[in-house]
Every structure is written in structure tokens, then in C-alpha cells.
Design a protein around this ligand. Structure first.
Ligand code: SF4
Length: 321
């Protein structure tokens, strides 16, 4: 069976030099800068949105941007605007994939952000982030850690995202972070129709969120692109003897025929989505948590004071939320 990664060998590493590292984004009510210190990802999620043509070996060859910490510091020092929006680590890779144990680029970049008082939030599926628990704890008023968790079912997880840790291990990590006063959230994303959108799975995730002390939960359905669709068909074959039936259901739910046009993003049927997200919303609130993430805002950045006494002048994300 054709898989989207090389099953017979572990990912390999290489180093590259980047020309820039902070990239501005606006998404709905959120705005900020993305920071990706790796290209490629060992977590090997079949549904990944970050796989583009410039990275054909995305799952098998990981590039470490070895000049990222110096570049980040230079970009901050030469910042032209009076405000710096929060930094989102990472949008197109996982900052705490195993490569981080070897290169420590995420850790070094976080130290730079802390040095300049810049708020950040980390999106990860990893437990390796525990290595930096004390580092984030020192900065807990100005950071926010979000774990993306799709399923509690190990047989499903091993097929759809074979490089990630089990949900139970991630929830233990989340609890440790919450116990230290670091704000944590869970992103149930993507919710994969007919595979992870069972009430049982969502119940288990939301109950685990509550037990782990999570305050914010968010959920979103899978979007399909031409390359994601090819991988989804492999996933269907791994998970079901009736993969053709799943393909037919998806064509109805996402209203498409093959081939999917290059770079089209297909969204699930609005009624199906709304019905299920209402259930998620209700369960999250019943368990005393909030839906969505607090909007994070940037800090005023006065070049005259940027190297002075940063602890004393530090602004907290909580000043804005
Ligand atoms: S962890 Fe994120 S970046 Fe990495 S493969 Fe999974 S979805 Fe893609």
C-alpha cells in the first residue's frame, strides 16, 4: 500500500540557511508573526496542510534552519514598526518534533523572544516540549501553549499521524504545564469526518481536557486539498475494508468530483459541520471551559528601551486578554 512517507526508514536531517524568519499573518481575528525553525515534520500526519511543492520530502527529510536564532534577533533589533504582534510557533512544522532534541533551535528562539518581551504561543503535538517546561514557566504571563489533539483511539492515531505521541501522553504533559500556571489549550483539529467525529472520541478528549486543567478548546473540520485527498485515500485503506464507500461519502460531504483542482481548498458541508460543532461547543461549556482561544495582541515596542531592564518593563498577555 502506498503511504505518504517512507515507512522503511527514519527521517533524515539536513541544515539550511534562511533569509528571513518572521512572517506576518492575519487569520480571522488573529494576527501575528509565524516562526518556523524547521522545514518538514517527523510527525507525519497524513492530513497535514503544510505540505507544499517546495518541500516534496516533507515527511522524510527535515531541514533545520540553523541561523534562525541569530536571524530572529537581527529582525527584532531592526524592527521598523512601533508594535510587535505575538509570534506563533509554528504554523508549517512542529517546533517540538524530535529534530529539536538535536538542534535546539526552538529553545534558542524562545530565549530570544523572552529577551525582547515578545508574546508568543506555541502550537504542538509533542511531549518533547516538557524539556522546556521551566523556560516557558518563567514567561507564563506572556505565552500560551496549544496542543493539537485529534483522537484518543490509538489504532486510528497510528494510521493518521504515526509520528505523534498518544493523546494520553500529551494530556499528562498538558497537566504538568497547567500545574505550573502556564496557560494551555487544546485544538481538536482537524476533526476527520466519519473517522474521528464520533461522540465517544469527542467526549474522551473534552473530559481529558477538563482533567488536565485546560481552559480553552477549539475544534475545526478537515479541509481537503488535492494532495491531502491522495493521502486521505491511503488512510481510508489503512482504516477500513470499505475504503471506496468512505471515498463516496467524502465526495458528497465535500461536494466534489475528482480530480480536485490544484490549490483548491474544500470545506465540509456547512450543516454537517454546524451540527457537530454545536455538540462540541455544548460539551466544552458544560465542562466549564471556553470555546476558542483568547485573541492575543502585540506589544508596543519602544526602540529606546528595548535593551533595558526588560523584566521590569515587561507587558503581559493578560494585560490584553
Ligand atoms: S505536526 Fe503539524 S506540521 Fe507536523 S505533520 Fe502534523 S500537521 Fe503537519
Amino acid at each position: 500500500m502506498e503511504l505518504w512517507y517512507n515507512k522503511n526508514s527514519a527521517p533524515t536531517f539536513d541544515i539550511k540557511t534562511s533569509k528571513s524568519i518572521l512572517h506576518h499573518f492575519i487569520f480571522g481575528n488573529y494576527k501575528g508573526h509565524t516562526l518556523n525553525v524547521y522545514q518538514g515534520c517527523q510527525h507525519r500526519c497524513g492530513y497535514c496542510y503544510a505540505t507544499y511543492e517546495w518541500s516534496p520530502e516533507f515527511y522524510d527529510k527535515i531541514y533545520a534552519k540553523n541561523n534562525a536564532p541569530e536571524l530572529l534577533e537581527n529582525e527584532i533589533k531592526n524592527w521598523r514598526s512601533g508594535t510587535i504582534d505575538p509570534v506563533m510557533i509554528s504554523s508549517a512544522t512542529d517546533a517540538y518534533q524530535p529534530a529539536e532534541l538535536k538542534y535546539e533551535l526552538t529553545r534558542k528562539c524562545i530565549k530570544v523572544l523572552q529577551k525582547y518581551n515578545i508574546p508568543y504561543y506555541v502550537f504542538t503535538k509533542s511531549t518533547l516540549i516538557s524539556r522546556d517546561l521551566e523556560l516557558h514557566e518563567r514567561y507564563k504571563s506572556n505565552c500560551f501553549i496549544v496542543w493539537s489533539i485529534t483522537t484518543h483511539d490509538e489504532s486510528i492515531r497510528r494510521c493518521i499521524e504515526p509520528g505523534t505521541p498518544p493523546a494520553s501522553a500529551m494530556f499528562k504533559t498538558i497537566k504538568n504545564f497547567g500545574n505550573r500556571g502556564i496557560r494551555t489549550a487544546v485544538n481538536i483539529d482537524p476533526i476527520i469526518p466519519l473517522i474521528t467525529d464520533s461522540l465517544e472520541n469527542i467526549d474522551m478528549i473534552i473530559t481529558s481536557c477538563k482533567t488536565a486543567g485546560v481552559k480553552n478548546v477549539y475544534g475545526a473540520f478537515l479541509r481537503i486539498r488535492f494532495d491531502i485527498w491522495q493521502r486521505m485515500k491511503s488512510i481510508f485503506k489503512l482504516l477500513s475494508k470499505e475504503s471506496d464507500l468512505l471515498i463516496q461519502h467524502y465526495k458528497k460531504l465535500y461536494n466534489f468530483t475528482e480530480p480536485i483542482r490544484y490549490n483548491y481548498n474544500l470545506n465540509i458541508d456547512k450543516n454537517y459541520e454546524a451540527r457537530f460543532l454545536r455538540i462540541v461547543d455544548k460539551k466544552v461549556r458544560e465542562n466549564g471551559m471556553s470555546i476558542g482561544f483568547p485573541g492575543l495582541e502585540g506589544i508596543s515596542y519602544d526602540k529606546r528601551t528595548k535593551f533595558k531592564n526588560v523584566d521590569k518593563n515587561q507587558l503581559a498577555l493578560t494585560d490584553y486578554i
